[in-house]
Design a protein around this ligand. Structure first.
Ligand code: FE
Length: 163
């Protein structure tokens, strides 16, 4: 599974590089097609609560078992709290016992993006919203089948739309 994560990272890296060259050639078109949400730090501060800002923009972590969704079992779609991008389906949510909402896959492969995170002396893979780059949590390779992945997500980074 580590190999597949590595391959995925590599693909993402290639995708990003292609994106960058496109950006240089035609910035307006890329912004429109990618549908990215870009705001200044001041705008995010105004839009988000202080607690949301701390996690979503400063890559903080909410305390385990304190969030809104770790023990939430309704059917529906989990969205990005910052930009509304659909991120995870309740169909992929599972009981991880960690105190954070956990999913074995995003709702679409391009809904989230990942990046290496070596903070706090740990080697982890950070997960963020592909649309607004807001921090969501981390992905680990000890999840259930069919993917074997565990997307460990902060509740505060999520919204929920009931089915
Ligand atoms: Fe977002």
């Amino acid at each position: 599974m580590k190999t597949s994560l590595y391959v995925f990272s590599l693909l993402m890296l290639i995708a990003c590089k292609e994106g960058n060259s496109q950006l240089i050639q035609n910035p307006t078109v890329l912004q429109n097609t990618a549908g990215k949400v870009q705001k200044t730090d001041a705008e995010w501060k105004q839009l988000l609560t202080q607690a949301q800002y701390e996690v979503i923009r400063n890559k903080g972590t909410e305390r385990a078992f304190t969030g809104k969704y770790w023990d939430h079992h309704e059917k529906g779609t989990y969205t990005c709290a910052a930009c509304g991008n659909p991120l995870f389906s309740s169909d992929t949510k599972f009981e991880s016992g960690t105190g954070w909402p956990s999913y074995f896959a995003p709702i679409r492969a391009d809904a989230v993006a990942i990046e290496k995170d070596n903070s706090y002396g740990m080697q982890r893979i950070e997960v963020h919203c592909a649309k607004c780059d807001g921090h969501l949590g981390h992905v680990f390779d000890d999840g259930p089948q069919p993917t074997g992945l565990r997307y460990c997500i902060n509740s505060i980074s999520l919204g929920f739309i009931k089915k």
